[in-house]
Each structure stands twice: as C-alpha cells, then as structure tokens.
Design a protein around this ligand. Structure first.
Ligand code: CS2
Ligand code: MG
Length: 397
C-alpha cells in the first residue's frame, strides 16, 4: 500500500481546526488532528510545504518508521509546531491501520483494559455560590469529577472563567498571585462543605505560580482532597517541582505544554508528578503518547491526557482509544465547549454516559468528517488571551 495524497483542511466551525487526510492507493484514507490553537497556519504550512512531499509513495503501514523519519531523519525536531504536524500524520496513519485491519484503534493498542473511562469537565463561575450551582448541575448530569475555576477579585475574567478567544488582537487579562492564593483555598473549603466528599474536584493553575507559591497553595489545599492540582508552575525548569513536591501532600498533574517524551521523562523519573497530561496532538500523536504511558507505568504515574475544545474531536477520540487500552489510565479531560457547528463537520465523537466516556467499535479512530461542511467554515484568525500583572509586566497566561 502507498500514500497517494495528503490533504490539509483548515476549518472554523466556531473555532479553528487543522485536519489531515492521508489517502492511499487502496482507496482507504485516515484522519488526523494537527490543530495548534492560535498557530494553526504555521502547522498547516509545515504539513503542506515541508512534510507532504516526504510522505508521498511511502507505505502507511510503517508508522514507527515514518514517525522516526519525520522526527529524527529530517534533523530539525521538536517544538509545538513540528510535533503537532507530526501528530496529525501519526493519527491519520493509525486510522488507516485500523481500517485496513477492520479493528478499532484500542484493539490495535492491545485491547481494552477497561470498559469505560472516567472523565472530568470544566465548571466555573463568578463567585463561590454560582460555582456551587454549576457543580450541582454537573453532578446531576452524572459527572463524578469536575474541574473548578472561579473569578479572582481584581482579576475578573481570568483563565478558566471566560472564553476570551478573539479574532482581533488578543484580549488582555490582569492576574495577580496574592488574591489568587487567598481565593482558591477558600473556594475548595466552601465546596467540600457544600458538595460533600464524593465528587472528585480538580483545579488548573495554568502554570502561573512560582515554585514557592505553588508550595503554599498545595499545602493549603491538602484538607480538601483534590483529585489533582494541574500545571502549578511553568513547564521549562523541571527540577523546580522539587520545591513543593517534598512537602505538599496533594497529587500533581503536568504536561500539556510538553512536546516530547524526554520532557515528560524528566518529571516522571524523579516521581515529581502523579498524573502525566500531555496533549496527543502536540506530542507527536498516538505513537509518542503510548510510549509516555508505558514510561509512566514504571513509576506508578497515571495519565490524564489534555482534552480542551481547541483540539478537534479526532484527538478526543484518540485520547479515549488510548485510555481504554493502557493499564495506568487515570482520568480524561472532556469538553462540553465545542461550538455547535463542530457537529456539522465531525461525527462519532466520544460518548458520555454517567461520568464516563466510551467510543464506538468502528474501525480505526471511528471519526467521520464531512469535507463539504468543513469547506463552508473557512479559517478565521483567532488568538488566545494574554495576561499582565497590575504593574504592566508580562504574566504567563
Ligand atoms: C487547558 C487548556 O484544558 C486545559 O487544561 O489548560 O484550556 C489550554 O488553556 C488551551 O488548550 C490553550 O489552547
Ligand atoms: Mg490545563
């Protein structure tokens, strides 16, 4: 079998997605996700101009060889743009392999280790009471785990409380550590009192604290039994995790900004985290994520793959197939925030029932894409917000 064509479709059904379609001389094609929020065209151009010519006529069965060839064989490697492009190719190749075999992806990955995967979604509000009301609605829907964010006094509309995706220049938010560090422990104290102990609660710091601030927050959250505290510090200096890891008795998750297994390895081999939460579509796809899960297993670390609305349903399906198969699955982030138009383009999304996700038994990833509908939603420039401190200096968003 040979790769005969690669189409890169940039579509905006409410938000931008980059879809990779790999066609073969056997008439079978596969779909991959190469969406990098706010930098979609950089990835699309990499695929179209640089990678497509290298892949034509290659045998799509040889996923590992193609992965190594793109990653190592072309010399320049790593970083979000190249690893997202590689992920798009990798997912499409796995989809083809599944269709050739007539088997769902989870079966190719070793078969099911579980019947369904525990998931969490996002709950937020302007104040504690509205967060509680939203949380109760989600518990009624069947959720067993929810991620909680709240407006911080003086920093209203900050990460997780507002969808400030903009087609003009980025929305600029204000963020300060002091009110944040005072608000979050109070929020979780209130929620445990109001909601009881059964519901699993999570929180995303979004890489905004210094190591010592993270240590203070983690210690203050200890009594409220968090499932995990996500991305407490910036991703660059891995040894910084040592500062709070030794004292804070709270599970830590990290990884959506990592782009290779070597980065993930640094926090895993020293057991500085409890959940690895890379993004399959920014880490080179299913091939790399499966390896990361295997490394994590050695250290008794579980997975919590990134699953926001800014990656396409193709990645969400890949997440659930992998979750079903690996022994050390932890939890899956799931989004309720796909714009409604997404369903015009993508069908067969993961199925939610009573707090868990499953996928169909269709061959490969099981995704269906309406290419005509995708063309009716052309690309629109879109930016994530940025953030500054009150003194005007740059803050990690
Ligand atoms: C996030 C994302 O889902 C998460 O945990 O941190 O919402 C992240 O901000 C976006 O993927 C950025 O594009
Ligand atoms: Mg996050």
């Amino acid at each position: 079998m040979k790769i005969t064509d690669i189409d890169i479709i940039v579509t905006c059904p409410g938000r931008n997605y980059v879809i990779v379609k790999i066609s073969t001389d056997a008439g079978i094609y596969g779909w991959g996700d190469a969406t990098l929020n706010g930098r979609e065209l950089a990835v699309a151009e990499t695929l179209e101009k640089h990678l497509k010519p290298l892949l034509l006529n290659k045998n799509p069965d040889n996923i590992e060889d193609i992965w190594q060839y793109i990653f190592r064989g072309t010399y320049w490697r790593g970083g979000p743009v190249l690893m997202t492009a590689l992920a798009g190719i990798d997912m499409a190749l796995w989809d083809i392999k599944g269709k050739v075999a007539g088997l769902p992806l989870y079966s190719l990955l070793g078969g099911k280790s579980r019947d369904k995967v525990l998931c969490y979604t996002h709950v937020y509000g302007k104040d504690f009471n509205s967060v509680k009301n939203e949380a109760e609605k989600h518990i009624k829907k069947g959720y067993k785990a929810i991620r909680i964010q709240v407006d911080i006094p003086g920093c209203e509309g900050t990460y997780g409380t507002n969808d400030s995706y903009s087609d003009k220049l980025p929305v600029q938010e204000i963020w300060e550590p002091s009110p944040y560090l005072q608000t979050i422990p109070e929020l979780f104290k209130y929620l445990r009192k109001e909601l009881g102990n059964e519901i699993e609660l999570l929180h995303d710091v979004h890489e905004r604290l210094t190591p010592v601030e993270a240590k203070i927050l983690a210690s203050q959250l200890e009594p409220y039994r968090l499932f995990f505290l996500e991305d407490p510090i910036r991703p660059e200096h891995k040894a910084s995790f040592n500062v709070f890891r030794q004292t804070a008795k709270i599970p830590i998750a990290m990884g959506e900004l990592y782009n290779t297994k070597w980065e993930a390895m640094q926090v895993m081999e020293k057991q500085l985290i409890d959940y690895i939460r890379c993004d399959l579509s920014h880490i080179g796809g299913i091939t790399e994520a499966k390896k990361i899960a295997n490394i994590a297993e050695i250290y008794n670390i579980k997975t919590a793959w990134h699953g926001p609305a800014d990656i396409s349903p193709i990645s969400h399906l890949a997440n659930v197939h992998l979750d079903l198969s690996i022994p050390n699955f932890g939890i899956q982030e799931q989004t309720e925030f796909f714009p409604p138009e997404v369903k015009d383009v993508f069908s067969n999304l993961p199925l939610f029932k009573d707090g868990y996700l499953t996928v169909s038994d269709k061959a490969g990833l099981g995704i269906e894409i309406d290419e005509e509908a995708a063309c009716q939603y052309p690309y629109k420039r879109g930016y994530l917000p940025t953030s500054r401190r009150k003194d005007g200096s740059v803050q990690d968003w």
